[in-house]
Design a protein around this ligand. Structure first.
Ligand code: IPM
Ligand code: MG
Length: 374
């Protein structure tokens, strides 16, 4: 029996391309693992009305961790249109499989390192090295939404004095998405950020919220963060509003170490952070729970590039690196990171985003070759 059982979810679009790249590198690293493929993605939405079938969730529950490619997500109406005729109008509702996976498996912590690799011509600056901790299961992603709200929901809300403004709006003309925070999740994500900062000798943790306007949810996060920060006197604790953070990330990104944010704000600042170190082609992430974790590139499925082997595999390879770290295969993780860094530094084998014409798989082969030489 293999030491590790790893669920293998390519998804769709370029998810397949980058997972093939990951396999090339994993075959070279040769950890004692079995990779077990699972069904997920647009194809299963169209055929079954469920892009994340139960059998896939069961598979994940039986494995140690998961590597995930990418999945197409479309707004509600577009998704309905693409259902195959036999299952149209049967009440299927599309919801993002990755968001569901995070919630169903309670992968509460989304870790997104954004480091400028030496020699990457796409770096906005060469001295950026920050890590985003994004709360991963609640906030605006809780999925508690109403369109139109029912009378019961509307009447309950009418007890709030700010609802006066909406009293004459017809329910059909109203949509509500709830931003739900729990103290537990706030404490958890903040603690993860500080624990990481301590372990990796980072000088600061910056909380990115908006408590001056979103008083209750952001307010709770700030309150919990201030308490936890006191336990880490050697780490500076900074508080920044999300809008200002976007400005600072463009102005002085090198000043930041660890950023921590709720789900939606973390989503936004992680794309911005990715762009300043070369774009989504370089952005890896770990969705981490207490006993399970799923690793994925932050980029989407880019359907127009599907099957063309054009996209940069660095993001998935860095996700593999995070997976190896999580599996405590530290030596392999460090070596893989070095191999990726040296391919970028040499700048010979590169995908189109870097001005090259190599394929996704050629870059992976080069990383595998470098890994072998280390
Ligand atoms: C991400 C992505 C997802 C998200 C999408 C694909 C649902 O943008 O992982 O950042 O919003 O979390
Ligand atoms: Mg995102």
């Amino acid at each position: 029996m293999s030491k590790y059982h790893i669920a293998w979810l390519p998804g769709d679009g370029v998810g397949n391309d980058v997972m093939e790249a990951a396999k090339i590198v994993l075959d070279t690293i040769n950890i004692d693992a079995e990779y077990i493929p699972g069904d997920v993605g647009w194809e299963f939405w169209k055929k079954e009305g469920n892009p994340l079938p139960d059998r896939t969730l069961d598979l994940l529950r039986e494995t140690d961790c998961c590597l995930f490619g990418a999945i197409t997500s479309k707004p509600k109406d577009e998704a309905q249109k693409e259902l195959s005729p036999e299952i149209k109008n049967k009440g299927f509702v599309y919801s993002s499989p990755i968001v569901r996976l995070r919630q169903e498996l309670n992968l509460h912590t989304n870790l997104r390192p954004c480091k400028a690799f030496a020699g990457n011509p796409l770096n906005y600056r060469d001295d950026i090295d920050l890590v985003v901790f994004r709360e991963n299961t609640e906030g605006l992603y809780a999925g508690v939404e109403f369109r139109p709200p029912s009378n019961v929901v509307f009447n309950a809300l009418m007890t709030h004095n700010k609802m006066k403004k909406f009293k004459d709006t017809s329910l059909d003309d109203m949509a509500i998405s709830c931003r739900i925070f729990t103290k537990k999740a706030c404490q958890n994500i903040i603690r993860q950020a500080f624990t990481y900062a301590k372990e990796y000798n980072r000088k600061s943790v910056t909380l990115v919220e908006k408590p001056n306007v979103i008083r209750e949810t952001s307010g709770m996060m700030v309150q919990e963060a201030r308490k936890i920060a006191k336990e880490y006197p050697n780490i500076e604790f900074w508080e920044t509003n999300v809008d200002a953070m976007c400005m600072w990330l463009v102005k002085n990104p090198q000043d930041y170490d660890v950023l921590v944010a709720s789900n939606m704000f973390g989503d936004i600042i992680s794309d911005l952070s990715a762009q300043i170190v070369g774009g989504l082609g370089f952005a890896a992430s770990g969705n981490i729970g207490d006993n399970y974790a799923l690793f994925e590139p932050t980029h989407g499925s880019a359907p127009k590039y599907a099957g063309q082997y054009k996209v940069n595999p660095t993001a998935i390879l860095l996700s593999v690196k995070l997976m190896l770290d999580w599996l405590e295969e530290k030596k392999h993780a460090t070596k893989l990171n070095q191999a990726i860094a040296s391919v970028i530094k040499e700048g010979k084998i590169k995908t189109y985003d870097l001005g090259g014409s190599n394929t996704t798989l050629e870059v992976a082969e080069e990383v595998a070759k470098k890994f072998d030489q280390l």
